[in-house]
Structures are given as C-alpha cells and as structure tokens.
Design a protein around this ligand. Structure first.
Ligand SMILES: O=P(O)(O)O[C@@H]1C[C@H](O)[C@@H](CO)O1
Length: 301
C-alpha cells in the first residue's frame, strides 16, 4: 500500500529545506530553471556546479518519470547564478499540488526572482512542427478549471496572497527578451508564442479532446507547468514558460500520429542543444543591466 504523502504546504517545511540548501552552497541563484521531460541536459551546461540528488534533500519529493533524473543543480549559466531542477513532479504521479510545487516555494525563500519552466508538449496549432519551440503567452488548465488548484487549502500570507492575479502570469518583458534572444540566434523560423493547455495525464488526449482543446484556443497540450506557474506567481516570481513541441496531437481519425513517451524523449534529447543555447542567451540578457532597449516588436505565430 502507498505511504501517506508528507504535507509540504507549510512555510516552516519550505524554510527548513531552503535553510538546508543555503547551508550547503555558496551560490545565490536569482533564476530557477525547470527541465521538462528529456531536457535534463539544460542543467549539465551549468558551470561551477553543486549537485544535490533529490533523495538527499530534506522534504524533497522523488522523481518517478523517465527523463526526469531527480537532481537539483546549482551553478552559473552565462555567468549568472542559477538553480536547475533536473526532473519535475507531476500531479499524475499521485502528488498533491503542494508537493508538485514545493521546490518553487523553496526557490523563492532562497532569493530566486525569475522562474523559467520548460516542458515537452503536443502541438495543437497547425502551424507548429515537431521540434519547434513555443514561448507560453498564457495557459488553460483543464485540471485547475476542474478544481485542482495548487493553492487550494488554507493560505499562509507569508507565502503569498489568498487570491493571486493570473492575467499577468507570463511576464511580458521576459517573453520579449526570450523572443529577442531567439531572433539573435537565428531561431525565428521555429519559435512561436502560444497558449499551453494542461491536462491531468498520464494518458494522452483522444482525438475528440484534441479538437476541443483547439476550439478553446490552445496551441499545445501537456501535463505539467501550470501548478508551478500559479505558485510562482503566488510567491511573486516572474515567469517565462517554454514548450518544446515533441509531437503533434492527433486531430483526425485518419492521422498517423500516435503519442508515446519514448518519442517525446527522443525529440527532447535531440532538441536539448538548441534549448540550451536559447536559455544561455536569455540568461545572459537577463544579467545585462540596465535592460537593453528592445528592437522592433517581433511577430511570432
Ligand atoms: O514534464 P513535462 O511536462 O515536460 O513532460 C511531458 C508531460 C508528461 O510528463 C510526459 C508525456 O510524454 O511529457
């Protein structure tokens, strides 16, 4: 029988973990990066690394999904202090919203100001190709609309307000900076901005469900990210979200597309280098002070 899940929703538990980490690393990360399925290589490019397996960190949950190594990596990216989650937690693993988002609160207590969250997602927008990158402009959470909000339960004001605004969930300045970074790297032909839709998972969508999601205005479908973003905004972090389109969601009964996690991981691993370059460029731009003036606004599909 499964053991009862530890309650990680309290400020004290988050602080205990943050204090434990602070005592073991001299790094003071301002940016946290969550590596999506198969995107763990993003953490390997950090310099001056300090690595903590999740099982060594007090109160940290365990990664159970292939392509999520389960290590917290502190280090520098483009000279900027960062912390990377090599492996995230998903609600479909059986974890509660407060467990899935526990690291975000720990990061906030460590002084992190910006969250960059990445994921693998199925493309719903007809213009998207496998291997494309979508910056998340907004989200729809089928999970959240169904009542599964990670902030459900008593609210501790030390962590954030009871009713956080979500119309500004994805920071427009970070989005512009990310688009500029993509343009500087010559990536504009395969970079878009769009709406990410979170499903509970772990089963992929049916054809009828994919059609509904398209009609709702979703550009990509996945099984993560939204709880992290809600909690990040709750504790005042600025957020950039990024989806790697690892497959195209099937929307026709005659379509050959069949989603599989193996194919998702294959595409993620193949595109990890491009993502690393993009995040390195973006992080360098984030470190520039004062913020460089923006070029002409860019239009992405
Ligand atoms: O952690 P992410 O959102 O990148 O992982 C996606 C969603 C599922 O966990 C898995 C399905 O293939 O990939």
């Amino acid at each position: 029988m499964a053991r009862a899940e530890e309650d990680r929703s309290s400020y004290e538990v988050c602080k205990e973990t943050a204090d434990w980490l602070r005592a073991r690393t001299a790094q003071h990360p301002k940016t946290a990066i969550i590596c999506g399925s198969g995107l763990g290589d993003l953490a390997d490019v950090l310099e001056k690394k300090a690595v903590f397996p999740y099982e060594d960190i007090p109160h940290f949950p365990r990664s159970t999904v292939a392509g999520h190594a389960g290590r917290l990596v502190f280090g520098e990216l483009s000279g900027q202090p960062c912390v990377c989650m090599q492996g995230r937690f998903h609600c479909y693993e059986g974890y509660s919203g407060s467990t899935v988002t526990f690291p975000i609160r720990v990061f906030s207590l460590l002084g992190v100001e910006v969250l960059i969250t990445t994921n693998a997602a199925g493309g719903l927008n007809h213009h998207f190709q496998v291997g494309d990158i979508m910056f998340i402009r907004d989200h729809i959470s089928m999970f959240g609309l169904g009542g599964q909000n990670p902030l459900r339960g008593p609210n501790d004001e030390r962590l954030g307000v009871r009713f956080p605004c979500m119309s500004d969930a994805y920071d427009p300045d970070l989005l512009s900076l990310a688009m500029e970074s993509a343009q500087e790297l010559g990536f504009q032909s395969f970079v878009h901005a769009g709406v990410y839709c979170m499903l509970a998972g772990p089963s992929y969508e049916t054809i009828a469900e994919s059609r509904v999601l398209q009609a709702l205005g979703a550009d990509a479908a996945g099984m993560s990210t939204v709880p992290e973003v809600i909690v990040a905004r709750h504790c005042g972090l600025r957020v950039l979200g990024l989806s790697l389109i690892t497959n195209r969601a099937a929307t026709s009964y005659s379509s050959p597309e069949e989603a599989s996690h193996e194919a998702v991981l294959r595409v993620s691993v193949a595109r990890a280098e491009a993502l690393c370059r993009l995040l390195a460029r973006l992080t360098a731009r984030l470190g520039e002070s004062p913020r460089a003036p923006r070029p002409q606004p860019l239009t992405f599909i």
